[in-house]
Write a protein that binds this ligand. Sequence first.
Ligand SMILES: C[S@@+](CC[C@H](N)C(=O)[O-])C[C@H]1O[C@@H](n2cnc3c(N)ncnc32)[C@H](O)[C@@H]1O
Length: 392
Amino acid sequence: MRHLRVPNREVEDALLTLRDRGWLATGMRVIPDEDDDYRLVPLDPGAPIEMTNPLDSHQLVQHEGVVDNRVDTDWWNHLALLVDEEEIEAFGEDWPSSHEFISDMMVVRIEPNLDPYSSRIAEAKLRAHPHIRLVLNDEGVQGELRIRKLTPIGARVDGDIITENIPQSACSTRVLVRESGRSIACDPNKAYFSTKLQSERLETLSLSKELRAILGRPINVCDPFCGVGPALSTLLSESELVNHVLASDLNPEAVALLLDNLGRWDRRDYPSEPSPISRIFEDRIVGIADATRLLEDDSLTGRWDLIIVNLPHRTIEFLPSLMPLLELSTPSLVRGRVIVPESEIPGANEEIKRSLPRLLTGFPEPSLRIKRDYSSSLRLCSFEAWISPQQT
Ligand SMILES: C[S@@+](CC[C@H](N)C(=O)[O-])C[C@H]1O[C@@H](n2cnc3c(N)ncnc32)[C@H](O)[C@@H]1O
C-alpha cells in the first residue's frame, strides 16, 4: 500500500490536508519509518499517483498497510451483541476479520464452518461500517473468465440493515472505484476486478516510464487479458506515456465495462456494446478476443512495446503464443503474473526464459517475485522481462 513518508513534526499537518482531500486511507494506521524521525501515513487507493502542493515535498513509498485495530474492534463489538461469547471464542481465527472494500460494497470470505453465522457477520460489518451498502460473501474466483462468485449476505436499504430476502434492487454490484485519481467502472459479479492490485499497476507504470526513456518515445501497449482495463487506467493517466493501445478480453461483460472506462479516460466516444476486436480509433484496437489467437492477425503482430500478461494460472502456458505480438526492432518489455508452487519457482523462471526472445543485456533476467500466498502451497508472483531488439 502507498504511504507518504512525513517528518514527525509535519505529520499532523499532512493528516489534515490528506483528510481534507479524501486521500487518507480509512481503517489503516500511521506507522513508524525505519528512520525514527519519520512516519509513514497510509494513502487511500483513490489518491492521485503524484501528490500536489504542499504534500509533494514528501516521498511516496510502498509498505505493507497495518490495519487500525481500534476501528476493527468496532465490528467485534457489534458481533459480540449478536453472537454468544463462547461461540465467538470457539471459532477463533475463522471469523472474517479482514475484508475488501469495492466502492460502497464490502467483500468478505466466510469459512464454510461459519455459514450459519453469515447473516450476523453481515449485520455486524454493516453496523461497524456505516458507509457500506452491500456485504458480499466471496466464494472464490471461478472458470476461465476468473469471475468471483459473490453472494449478497446483507444490505442497507433506506437506512435499515437487511440480511434475509434482500431485494434485487439493493444487490447491484456495478460500481465506480476511485484508484490513483481515476474512476474505474467495474462489476465484480460480471468481470474480474481486484482493488488489491494497485501496487502492481503502479510498478507497471514505473517500468513503462523506464521503457519510454529507453525508446525515447511514447510506448505501444498490448493488454490482451485486460478485464475492465485497470492497468490501462494507470498507464493512460501519465501524459505522453502511451501511444497505441490493444485492449482485449474473452469476457464480453468485461469489454462492455472497458468501453465505458476508455470513453471516460480517453474522453472519446466509444461504442457502448462489446464486439469482436477491431480498430475503434487509429490508436485504439479494442474488443472481445481470445489472446492466444491474436497472432493469427498480421495487422496485430510485431507492433507492441509492452505486453501485459495477467492470467496468472496460465501465463507460462500462453507466453509463446503472445511473443509474435512484440515489436522486435527495438527493446520491449513483458510484464506478467504467475501462480506457482513455491518449490517450483526456479523451474518456472527457466520456462519463462525459454518462451521469450533474446533478453536485453545490462538488465536483470526475468525472475518471479512472490507477491502473496495464493493458497497454502501456491504463490502469486510477478515478473518483468526486458527483450532485446532481434537481428534479422
Ligand atoms: C486475472 S483477470 C485480469 C484482468 C485485468 N487485467 C485486471 O488486472 O483486472 C484475467 C482476465 O483474462 C480474461 N481471459 C481468460 N482467458 C482469456 C483468453 N484466452 N483470452 C483473453 N482473455 C482471457 C478473463 O476474462 C479475465 O478478465
